[in-house]
Design a protein around this ligand. Structure first.
Ligand code: TRP
Length: 329
């Protein structure tokens, strides 16, 4: 059985794009693999969040992952800062990570440009902390988006370097987890290519049905087709893309036909779209509301998760320490 590790940034609420792009696949992934899901709260410190919001952000993400079907009986779910072993491995890996390569990382250069007043060492060594997360569990696979591919490549390099340096076959080089089929990208409701928090065009899993109806109603459309079978402009294609993931093929065909005969009424389509989105999000939203008030359950999940994660991390760390020459007196 393969070990898969998935790191989750603890910022903001999850939206439809997160759900169809990743989360839904994670739920399937945990059936066939030994999965670790963790919330990367140390990583979030690189942008100096307000201490008052740190815990709430972690709780949000945790609650929403659980509500969407990440199952603590099948997977290990933990908070990064509950596992001190990661800090020690991070420190040790940093001794073999060089300024030249770290400062050339695309994410570092971008962040340095965006926050020139706060180019801290944590930002620079973000990739070594991420490598520690991954190597600590000897993960075979890591699901990563495009923006994280370079970090995974660096993890592979750090693993290889450590093995060469000490002439051991200790760390495995992790690979990107491949979901098999083409990843689904959910477009925005504003005619743009991607649903994203920073784009402000999201439908959140936690949105109330009324809010979803309103957001869909406001989605950008055009004047409507004038020639049969004409090509759809991006904003309309976007609505169809979402319809294809939340509705039945009959519904999709119905509106395709209406488009092709120039009889489409966007109001009808949006009503149907909102209804079918609500069908997907409602059960998740209900579980979110349940779980976020169940402190005992959340406590149990993270405590047991940390215990399992620390056991796995402790074994790796003991090996690393021995290889590097630390000995008990
Ligand atoms: N850097 C990742 C992100 O921004 C989060 C992350 C931290 C991560 N550690 C990880 C992802 C380890 C995968 C594996 O999304």
């Amino acid at each position: 059985m393969n070990t898969v590790l998935s790191g989750i940034r603890s910022t903001g609420n999850l939206h439809l794009g997160n759900y169809f792009g990743a989360l839904r696949n994670f739920v399937r992934m945990q059936e066939e693999n030994k999965c670790f899901f963790f919330i990367a709260d140390y990583h979030s410190l690189t942008t100096h969040p307000d201490p008052g919001s740190l815990h709430g952000n972690v709780k949000n993400v945790l609650t929403e992952y659980l509500a969407a079907g990440i199952d603590p009986e099948k997977s290990t779910i933990y908070i990064q800062s509950d596992v001190p072993e990661v800090c020690e491995l991070y420190l040790l890996l940093n001794m073999h990570a060089y300024l030249g390569e770290l400062s050339k990382t695309v994410s570092f250069k971008e962040k340095a440009r965006k926050q020139p007043e706060n180019v801290n060492a944590g930002l620079l060594t973000y990739p070594t902390l991420m490598a520690a997360d991954i190597l600590m569990h000897n993960a075979d696979f890591v699901p990563v988006g495009k923006d994280q591919e370079q970090h995974l490549e660096m993890t592979r390099k750090f693993a290889r370097r450590f093995n060469n340096m000490y002439q051991v076959e200790f760390f495995k080089e992790p690979n990107a987890y491949n979901f098999g089929q083409e990843l689904i990208k959910i477009p925005g409701l504003d005619g743009s290519g991607k649903m994203g928090k920073s784009e402000g065009n999201c439908i959140y899993l936690k949105d109330e049905p009324k809010v979803i109806e309103k957001k869909v109603k406001r989605a950008l459309t055009d004047q409507g087709p004038t020639v049969p079978n004409q090509e759809k402009p991006e904003c309309i294609e976007n609505l169809f893309t979402i319809l294809r993931v939340v509705s039945t093929p009959e519904v999709v065909n119905h509106f395709e036909d209406k488009w092709n005969t120039c009889e489409i009424r966007y109001g009808d389509m949006k009503k149907q779209l909102a209804e079918d989105i609500i069908k997907v999000t409602s059960p998740i939203r209900e579980r979110i509301l349940e779980i976020e008030n169940d402190d005992a359950y959340l406590h149990k999940v993270v405590t047991e998760g940390a215990e399992k994660a620390r056991e796995s991390a402790g074994k790796t760390l003991a090996g690393v320490r021995e290889i590097m020459g630390f000995k008990p007196f």
